[in-house]
Design a binder for this molecule. Structure first.
Ligand code: PDD
Length: 283
């Protein structure tokens, strides 16, 4: 993509460079968002701006732009890059300062954003994906969409090495979330997913799914569930901005249900598509 945003300005992608003493580069001292674009429009933009503001607030970075300004900036970038189907990535770091763990005084935060073309993963949505289980070794503020993703990266790499799409993380017996997704199980028609607390990221896709359930009399329990419940589930699926509602058909080599995406997952995929089309137009 030809253009990017550097500190509020649209610049040529090749000019969007940051200093080696940027705290995002040295400490992962910043937060980010990934927003889906369908038909040139951002999906759930408001929710992403709110989460971005919340994440930056929780690590004491003061956003130099309000949500409307940020939205406008990203809309302009999407237009400049003629992006129709893809994502916008946006991050803010505490800024550039000599390396010292404590916050530097009077430093300007560094905001960057770029777009990327990305098709809808139709095959995966149709056939489902394989996953592995891995202990959740991350910190206790997984609700912050932090640039520090080592735990997530190591989990995803383990999945990739086993030919799997995602790693389902658990703390002891309790399932938390995927390395870059939220995890749901379906048992006797009830959709169960981890409550949005400090142990998981409050997924925006997750919230769209829960609203769809509420509107269509699908029972939901937002609570922790165990590895045992996961292995006994009728259906399992994951959700994220880029993966939408993706069926999980195997966990650690063991088939989920009959190995096919289940009826509740299919229904939620259809409802999710309806919500996309309501916000962004027919796909
Ligand atoms: N990941 N949990 C984690 C750890 C995530 O990284 C993500 C998203 C989610 C789902 O959140 P949402 O539905 O708001 O995308 C849950 C993004 C897409 C990423 O890092 O690429």
């Amino acid at each position: 993509m030809k253009y990017a945003i550097l500190n509020g300005k649209i610049v040529n992608r090749t000019e969007a460079k940051v200093d080696i003493e940027d705290r995002g580069y040295q400490f992962g001292d910043g937060v980010y968002e990934v927003i889906r674009v369908y038909n040139g429009k951002m999906f759930t933009a408001k929710e992403h701006m709110e989460r971005f503001a919340k994440s930056s607030d929780s690590i004491g970075i003061k956003l130099p732009y309000n949500r409307e300004q940020l939205t406008k900036m990203l809309e302009d970038l999407i237009e400049k890059n003629s992006l129709k189907l893809g994502i916008v990535y946006m991050q803010i770091t505490r800024g550039v300062a000599p390396r010292n763990h404590a916050f530097p005084s009077a430093v300007a935060p560094c905001l960057t954003a770029y777009t990327k073309e990305l098709p809808i993963p139709v095959n995966l949505l149709q056939t489902g994906v394989k996953t592995i289980l891995t202990e959740d070794i991350r910190w206790l503020r997984c609700d912050i969409k932090s640039l520090n993703l080592l735990g997530n990266i190591l989990a995803k790499q383990k999945a990739a090495e086993e030919g799997c799409y995602e790693a389902i993380q658990h703390r002891g017996q309790e399932v938390t979330e995927g390395s870059s997704s939220n995890i749901f199980i379906v048992k006797d028609g009830v959709v169960i997913t981890h409550e949005s607390n400090n142990l998981i990221l409050k997924g925006i896709t997750k919230d769209v799914i829960l609203r769809a359930c509420a509107g269509h009399h699908i029972r939901v329990e937002e609570r922790t569930f165990t590895l045992n419940e996961l292995s006994q589930a009728d259906e399992v699926f994951l959700s994220s901005t880029t993966s939408e509602v993706t069926p999980i058909v195997a966990i650690d080599g063991k088939t989920v249900g009959d190995g096919q995406p289940g009826p509740v997952t299919r229904k939620l995929q259809a409802l999710f598509k309806q919500e996309i089309e309501a916000q962004c137009g027919v796909l």
